[in-house]
Design a protein around this ligand. Structure first.
Ligand code: SF4
Length: 62
């Protein structure tokens, strides 16, 4: 359920409906491989409940 909510927030953000800018899904440090979330900055896998929507270390994808 949390993953679905995060996906919804991501889609709303991409559509310009909301302006959250610092979530994992829009971060250049974020990777998703074979269903595993990973943060290159933290050098750590992220459980779904560890995905962030307002991370101070966020780096926007360009
Ligand atoms: S730096 Fe923050 S926003 Fe970016 S992937 Fe890591 S935990 Fe997520």
């Amino acid at each position: 359920m949390l993953n679905g909510l995060l996906k919804l927030i991501y889609d709303l953000n991409k559509s310009g409906i909301i302006t959250i800018q610092r979530m994992c899904f829009t971060c250049s440090n974020y990777q998703l491989e074979q269903g595993v979330h990973y943060c290159k900055l933290l050098k750590s896998q992220l459980a779904e409940n560890e995905l962030r929507i307002d991370c101070q270390e966020h780096e926007l994808q360009i």
